[in-house]
Design a protein around this ligand. Structure first.
Ligand SMILES: [Zn+2]
Length: 642
């Protein structure tokens, strides 16, 4: 700054100080919503849903809320949803909201902080308030997850009801009456009370907490398959399909699903439900889902789940994963994840148990039941181990910190996943629990295992589905009662601290080491096919779409060092138009003596440039290799439990 200007600035400042200047005053926050008291709500909420509009896919709601006094009433749409580990309301799709009492409309005001809460004033003498609104379900994936098609629907009551603030949701009874399109059937953990003359169905009242935890699949083409271990505790596989032919499950497929349920009950030594319903859609149109509930789960698979069984196996651990959550996540729940209502923020510090151990059991139960062969499971675990061992983000971001990711990044795409990390507590959690399992097996000469922990920790109070919360120290104590060890340090080292790569001790103690070879495993190929990708992450360090768009680049990989990243496309490889086989040949050729480096023509927007990648390591794909002379505990873990 020049001297002359400083003088004029000083003069200007003096002039400003001669007139009164008002300070900034922040408006105080509005009062918080009332505390959710452990008191019975005076009356039963009645929710009427009309879900017959499959054309414009609007669900219409009328809800009657009994009230016992005049004055303020706050009605809230659930915001912090269990299973999503984050606030994911869809209240932006609620329209035509109206409230009335005694036929007179009531004005409303949305809470500026709790934006899914509506403030009303109940007039003197009113016995009930009526809320009416429409849920404009997404017509396109751009607007959100599609939940209605011409032949099926997924109804989630958090978008179709409100609860009165001031009461614990476990103390608010609710009764649902529903109208579905003609000829449709449904599956839900709710108990049917009556099928009415007007074509509606009424369900037995239950606490609002369980109501929100009991979504519905409904549709034109449905098949229900019994998977029960004990006929007194029914477990049902309810399958909805785009077309009837997709429901054709073979006897062998049914037997595998039955075995999955039986193997889970053997591990967890309990059933925390009076009945359990797998809600499964085999649809290419309804939005994908995998969401756990206490007495049911929402699961999406491709339309050829049964009909393309032999080839379409990647992702078949979904059902055992969501089923495991009935124990791990719903019944036993981290204390910071359990709230008396659906508007208090949840915290996720124990998701490496909730999701991490569930991820572990999802794969293990798949192998024990035949959803995966043991070889497929090992190939899958090899890929998980390789991925996280190559994620540079583990050097700055502990797994514990990734438990904040559902709130922090809300599953939005990331350009530099390997450096940013996302919800790594799932799969790194699997590796940590594999580590714990093999340690217990090694120290006890295979007499004890993580199965014992699961039976002990999740198997308490058989039959109860009232959540039992736990803290870190409870996990340590349960592990110690299986095998006495410094589990506190074991877990804190792996969960709370950064590391170079991920922990592979569990694999090695299990008798296998992670290696790389020039040919991919069948699992790797099947996954590439499913994701329509060419995955060169472990050689060049990038993955590509069929048209050559760069899908991901591993941080610090050869591709990264050559300046590549998302938003770029590979147009040509060594002077020839891009093809998946062409780039693989170029990588293999570059590794030969005197082989020339891979040269890529890269396009970003309107700019083209030629990039030479300094890499001579050849094609590399992860796989597991037996360690000679070491006991294969991993094989024992994957073997059917007798
Ligand atoms: Zn899960």
């Amino acid at each position: 700054m020049k001297k002359g200007m400083m003088v004029s600035a000083a003069v200007l400042a003096a002039a400003l100080f001669s007139v009164p200047v008002s300070a900034q005053v922040s408006a105080p926050l509005p009062p918080p919503l009332p505390v959710s008291a452990q008191v019975d709500y005076p009356g039963t909420l009645k929710v009427y849903v009309d879900a017959t509009d499959t054309q414009q896919r609007v669900m219409r709601v009328r809800q009657v809320i009994p009230v016992s006094k005049a004055g303020e009433l706050i009605l809230v749409m659930p915001r912090w949803l269990p299973g999503k580990h984050a606030p994911r309301p869809q209240a932006d799709k609620i329209a035509n909201v109206r409230f009335s009492a005694g036929g007179k409309s009531l004005s409303w005001l949305r809470d500026p902080v709790e934006v899914t809460a509506f403030h009303l004033t109940v007039p003197a003498g009113a016995k009930e308030v009526v809320a009416e609104f429409d849920f404009l379900t997404p017509m396109t994936t751009a607007a959100g997850r599609v939940v209605v098609t011409d032949v099926m629907a997924n109804l989630q009551w958090e978008n179709l009801s409100m609860y009165p603030a001031g009461y614990a949701v476990s103390r608010i009874p609710v009764e649902l009456t529903l109208k579905l399109p003609e000829g449709w059937d449904y599956a839900v953990a709710l108990d049917t009370a009556s099928k009415n003359a007007d074509g509606t169905v009424t369900f037995k009242p239950l606490p609002y907490e369980h109501f929100i935890d009991s979504p519905m699949f409904a549709g034109k083409y449905k098949k229900t398959i019994d998977l029960s271990v004990d006929p007194k505790v029914p477990v049902r596989l309810n399958v909805f399909a785009d077309k009837p032919g997709d429901l054709a499950a073979t006897d062998e497929q049914i037997a595998i699903h039955k075995k999955m349920v039986a193997q889970a009950v053997k591990v967890f030594k309990s059933q925390h439900y009076d009945h359990y319903d797998f809600l499964v859609h085999l649809s290419d149109e309804l939005g994908d889902i995998g969401l756990e509930h206490h007495r049911s789960s929402e699961n999406g698979h491709d339309s050829d789940y049964f009909t393309g069984w032999a080839g379409n196996y990647v992702g078949r651990d979904l059902l055992p994963h969501e089923f495991t959550h009935s124990w791990d996540g719903k019944f036993r729940r981290g204390a910071d994840l359990y709230n008396p209502d659906f508007h208090t923020p949840m915290r996720n510090s124990l998701l490496w148990v909730y999701e991490g151990q569930t991820q572990f059991w999802g794969y293990i139960l798949s192998a024990r039941s035949g959803l995966y062969t043991p070889e497929q499971a090992k190939q899958a675990i090899a890929l998980i181990a390789a991925q996280y061992d190559n994620f540079s983000g583990s050097q700055w971001r502990p797994v514990l910190d990734t438990t904040n990711d559902p709130i922090l990044s809300a599953r939005q795409p990331k350009n530099w996943l390997s450096q940013q990390r996302n919800e790594d507590y799932y799969s790194v959690g699997l590796l940590i629990w594999l580590d714990a399992d093999t340690l217990i097996r090694e120290k006890t000469n295979n007499k004890k295992s993580l199965d014992d922990f699961a039976g002990l920790f999740f198997g308490i109070k058989d039959g109860s589905w009232t959540p039992e919360t736990y803290e870190f120290k409870d996990v340590v104590a349960a592990l110690n009662s299986v095998y006495a060890y410094d589990w506190d340090t074991f877990l804190k080292t792996r969960v709370n601290e950064t590391s170079k790569g991920t922990f592979l001790d569990g694999l090695e103690r299990g008798g296998y080491k992670l290696t790389y070879s020039a040919t991919p495993t069948d699992w790797f190929k099947a996954r590439e096919k499913k994701l329509k990708t060419t995955d060169l992450s472990y050689s060049l360090g990038l993955s590509l779409t069929a048209t050559g768009d760069i899908g991901s680049v591993f941080w610090d990989s050869p591709a990264f060092k050559a300046g590549l990243g998302q938003g770029m496309s590979v147009v040509a490889v060594n002077g020839t138009a891009y093809e998946a086989d062409g780039i693989k040949t170029a990588i293999a050729d570059a590794a030969k003596p005197n082989g020339k480096p891979v040269e890529l023509l890269i396009k970003r927007g309107k700019t083209y440039k030629t990039v030479t990648i300094d890499y001579k390591g050849g094609l590399r794909y992860p796989r597991l290799e037996r360690i000679d002379g070491k006991k294969a505990y991993l094989d024992d873990i994957l073997a059917e439990k007798k």
